[in-house]
Design a protein around this ligand. Structure first.
Ligand code: NAD
Length: 484
């Protein structure tokens, strides 16, 4: 079957060199959505070659920083203009509720505007003067950046994997996840419309094999990857400079001094937003014993109120999971938890009224203990594991007792308690009394198995550029060995 969604290479849409394709479907209905070109080694090579050539051409290499900034602002405006079609495509391809998809696209435009401030902030240093020398450093782009993204926020990751690399003067080959390729291809075309020269942004569609071919390509100088710790760790072994944003198992700690009602409602959002398919989802609910029963009742009541259904309905708060295969894997994780001794306090079933869709009810597992798989492994679905703790020492022990260190949330109205927990938690982000804050100008970094390198803020410049030092002698310096 010929593809209706093609690769975007060197400013043009192209089928795969060998004609291979794969299908993408609408997870909420199970119906096929599009046939997509499946990238192989030849397509990856064409994209990397186009990116390398574009990086050498003066229309990109010598583009003044203010011009790069202007292109990024153009792109932000074009994204705003196409917001509705991007959001609808995203909702259909990923199962995202439409209102969340609209909000994501609006955030993406703001993020691109933030990236447009980076080109003119790339700075070097002048070092303490040595007689006869001027010693300086500058930051240079790596060259061709391989950007590999997951499926949970497709358009957002197309923007955030690509934007910083472009702001800092690199060229990019982006590979989105095979489950959700559609909005990334739109993104490539929007970059072209914004005025990015051909070959600066290239999109190759495909699966793990396509990603592996990209990682292995000798023309790649830098990899920026968001996805699972397992794949990120494998990529790291490839020996190329890597920026990795990986998995998480966020502890959401509710202390005895929390504002319980507010915490319960916000924790339900943190657990079930995007059907829990969020790296920082509050997937472990750690409750102080004194308030555990009272809080859990509030949490379960708020969970009952979550509106699950058709992603294209504006009232929907939780859509379908990204695919039927992923829904099955989440169900297996629930079954394992029950076999290990946890109980289902609410949820755990498919949606009777949408039997064709990859839906699963918001699910709360009670009686989870720290050693269980449900407390250790990412389930990446609408499943929360409830654990109880006796004192702050135990809360910290449980919270830090996984391989991950991405994020943590603390609910407490007591400053001393909140500060102590923030000090002791092993996490790249700690949210106190307000989960899910995230701003483009504020960097973050996963600790432990959750990543390597900073994303966001001016720190992005360091991540996507390499240092070059120049010792400039005022005149030719004679050899210390003298002249025989
Ligand atoms: P994944 O690791 O399975 O896949 C991510 C991407 O890597 C996809 O494009 C996939 O095709 C590609 N890939 C797979 N195998 C590859 C290989 N061997 N070589 C090169 N590329 C390969 O992750 P996923 O299931 O798409 O996404 C969910 C994961 O992403 C979760 O673990 C989640 O926590 C993580 N995530 C992390 C963050 C963060 O900011 N830390 C954000 C979002 C998602």
């Amino acid at each position: 079957m010929s593809a209706d969604i093609l690769h975007f290479i060197n400013g043009q849409s192209r089928p795969s060199a060998d004609g291979s394709t794969f299908g993408t479907s609408e997870p909420a209905t199970g119906r096929p959505l599009a046939t997509v070109a499946l990238g192989g080694a030849a397509d990856v090579d064409a994209a990397v070659s186009a990116a390398a050539a574009a990086g050498e051409r003066d229309d990109w290499r010598r583009l003044p920083p203010a011009e790069r900034a202007r292109l990024l602002r153009n792109l932000a405006d074009i994204v705003r203009g196409e917001a509705e079609s991007i959001a609808v495509t995203e909702a259909r391809d990923s199962g995202h509720p439409i209102e969340d998809a609209r909000a994501d696209v609006a955030i993406c435009a703001e993020i691109l505007e933030y990236y447009s401030t980076l080109p003119e902030n790339i700075r070097g240093t002048t070092y303490a003067e040595q007689p006869g020398f001027l010693t300086t450093s500058r930051r240079e782009p790596y060259g061709v950046v391989a950007a590999i993204a997951p499926w949970n926020f497709p358009f957002f990751f197309a923007v955030t994997k690509t934007g910083p690399a472009l702001a800092t003067g690199n060229t990019v080959v982006l590979k989105m996840a095979e489950q959700t390729p559609l909005t990334a291809v739109m993104f490539g075309e929007l970059c072209h419309r914004a005025g990015f020269p051909p070959g600066v942004v290239n999109i190759v569609n495909g699966d793990a094999k396509t990603g592996a071919a990209l990682v292995a390509h000798p023309g790649i100088s830098k990899i920026t990857f968001t996805g699972s710790t397992e794949v990120g760790t494998a990529i790291q072994r490839a020996g190329v400079n890597c920026h990795l944003e990986l998995g998480g198992k966020t502890a959401n700690i509710v202390t005895a001094h929390a504002d319980l009602e507010t915490a319960a409602r916000a924790s339900v959002h943190q657990a079930f937003f995007n059907a829990g398919q969020v790296c920082t989802a509050g997937s472990r609910l750690l409750l102080a014993e004194e308030i555990a029963d009272e809080f859990l009742e509030m949490f379960l009541r708020a969970t009952e109120d979550v509106v699950v259904g058709d992603p294209l309905n504006s009232a929907t708060q939780m859509g379908s999971l990204v695919s039927h295969e992923h829904r099955d894997s989440v169900e297996r994780a629930i079954a394992t938890a029950v076999a290990e001794g946890a109980s289902i306090a609410i949820g755990g079933r498919r949606l009777a009224q949408q039997p064709e869709g990859a839906f699963l009810e918001p699910t709360v597992l009670d009686g989870v203990t720290p050693a269980m798989a449900a407390a250790q492994q990412e389930i990446f679905g609408p499943v929360v594991s409830v654990l109880r703790y006796r004192d702050l020492d135990e809360a910290v022990r449980i919270a830090n007792g996984t391989a991950y260190g991405l994020a943590a949330t603390v609910w407490s109205t007591r400053l001393d308690e909140a500060i102590e927990l923030t000090d002791r938690l092993e996490a790249g982000i700690v949210w106190t009394n307000a989960p899910f804050r995230d701003h483009a100008h504020v960097p973050y970094e996963g600790h432990k198995a959750s990543g390597r390198g900073e994303e966001g803020g001016l720190e992005t410049i360091r991540e996507f550029t390499k240092l070059k030092v120049n010792y400039l002698a005022h005149r030719a310096q004679p050899s210390p060995w003298g002249t025989p």
